[in-house]
Design a protein around this ligand. Sequence first.
Ligand code: FES
Length: 103
Amino acid sequence: MTPLIALAELGSKPVRVEHGMLDLVLVRQGDEVFALEDRCSHGDVPLSEGEFAKGRLECWLHGSTFDVRTGAPTCPPAVAPVRTFPVTIDDVDGTPTVFVEIG
Ligand code: FES
């Protein structure tokens, strides 16, 4: 796995990172980090430009929200899930760092 970003760089806002051919959006909730594909399942827009609160990432275009643990839509108009990926946080030279596993 490739280290993507230092944990300290993640705050309350979604962060877009590139991982190979994929664009990911990372969100942090306390000590947990979640990784989703950075594309709304309803339209081809990046979710990283939306808002994150209470475990849900909101698409800025039409307002669908997605559960960041499962990628499932929790509010219309989106009906399809967004891909999610396992996240690991590990030390790299003493710095907690986020790793994402792409299956
Ligand atoms: S493009 Fe995201 S809800 Fe429509």
